[in-house]
Design a protein around this ligand. Sequence first.
Ligand code: URA
Length: 229
Amino acid sequence: MRLAQVLFSQGFGTRRDCAGLVAMGRVSVGGRVVDDPQAEFDTDGLVFEVDGQAWPYQERALVMLHKPAGYECSQKPRHHPSVLSLLPPPLRTRGLQPVGRLDEDTTGLLLLTDDGALIHRLTSPRHHVPKVYEVGAKHPVDDAQVARLLAGVVLDDAPTPVRAAAAERNGERGLRLTLLEGKYHQVKRMIAAVGNRVETLHRSSFGALALPADLAAGEWRWVAPDALR
Ligand code: URA
């Protein structure tokens, strides 16, 4: 693929912007500046640098973000900035979308991708992707609450009970909950249904991926496409 086309496909602006970046000598490959926009490269395993920052070529982009509180997952946020504002411009230009949503006050692991089929697979209720949430509750968590969460509680929008795939107490007011669906405010509504209240909510894993301890709130990282399997 031509270098200007590589940049275009990776979100570095219009075709003209991308040809300009190359012609200005701002792009290098393998440590050498390439200023010919038409120079051809094999995209397999290609890493290029723009203004000294390395970018791996990715046909589809998949990243994880440690979502801080105070950000909305919506593309048109109403009261707080969008999580997309935490990503660098090329990823925003590529049209990455959050895989499901976390509430504005929820922290933790959020995946974003421009692969629509992957979003569908990861969010479809048929696929039962486990999500682990660390809940900080207002009142002490007791065994009866844990038993009810495991047995299933009825929420206000559907008659079928929803149950936690796993629920473990974690300290007096803490609970680690594993859910297989992703209904609107599901954790908060399930905890309310057993007579308690969520004060803090953090997602620590999504499918096979756990939030890395060294990924600070607000930071993002590439995810290898096979890391979710
Ligand atoms: N359940 C909730 O209630 N909120 C979230 O952000 C995620 C799951």
